[in-house]
Design a protein around this ligand. Structure first.
Ligand SMILES: [Zn+2]
Length: 234
């Protein structure tokens, strides 16, 4: 987990909801082939972060469980979106175990084809994590507070400025004496969205349905027609 001057974002989450919102920003910006390395002590909020990433990538929140007995969870996202592969490295021992789950090369190899891969307890696999993972480190900083460090790598660089803005926003609400909620425009419909909104950074599930493959570059397109069923869910 050594770092050589890569750009980093540092902030303090004061609630599980804020940690989850940070995850949603990552998930919304993630594309097939991306790797996220997550480290932090027990109870530091890794599960919240993984849930947020999955939600941001379009997976229904109810589908995301804590992988207590399973090393690899694969979650289906919305049509046209990559699957989210969640690996719990806590019980992996050595490269033999990595090969067993399909981790065939440093950085994950073919596991990443068509998938957003999130490795929890990434520090346990050492150099096998490779060199191009977005790295998230959570540290206890009090009862509910967590220090969050997120290190960028070149493969995320084009999305980094926008991600930093979303991280700032994610931790800017809900703390202490309820400051006035900040908001940002929904990337799709431009309606203001508070950072603690359930679909942050989107205003709604309907807007999240719209394909985010080009989200980071602002080149939006619709992956399938909006159907009446989408609208009914509001
Ligand atoms: Zn919207």
């Amino acid at each position: 987990m050594s770092d050589t001057g890569a750009p980093a974002w540092r902030g303090r989450s004061t609630s599980p909801e804020q940690t989850r919102a940070i995850g949603r920003a990552i998930g919304a910006a993630a594309a097939a082939g991306d790797l996220v390395a997550l480290s932090g002590e027990l109870g530091a909020g890794k599960t919240q972060l993984v849930r947020g990433i999955a939600e941001g990538a379009g997976v229904e929140p109810a589908a995301v469980a804590s992988p207590t007995f399973v090393l690899v969870h694969e979650y289906e996202g919305l049509p046209g979106k990559p699957v989210v592969v969640h690996i719990d490295a806590y019980r992996l021992h050595g490269t033999g175990d990595l090969e067993t789950i399909g981790w065939t090369a440093p950085g994950g190899g073919e596991l990443r084809e068509g998938a957003i891969v999130v490795v929890e307890w990434a520090d346990r696999i050492g150099a096998n994590i490779g060199r191009d993972a977005l790295t998230v480190i959570l540290t206890h900083a009090g009862e509910e507070s967590r220090d969050v460090v997120i290190q960028c790598v070149p493969s995320w660089a084009s999305r980094w400025d926008e991600l930093r803005r979303l991280f700032d926003l994610a931790i800017s609400t809900g703390a202490g004496a309820k400051p006035k909620l900040q908001s940002r425009p929904c990337p799709i419909c431009k309606e203001p969205v508070a950072a603690d909104a359930p679909a942050f950074p989107f205003c709604s599930k309907r807007c999240r349905t719209i394909d985010l493959g080009k989200w980071a570059t602002g080149d939006y397109r619709i992956s399938r027609p909006i159907e009446e069923a989408d609208l009914d869910e509001e």
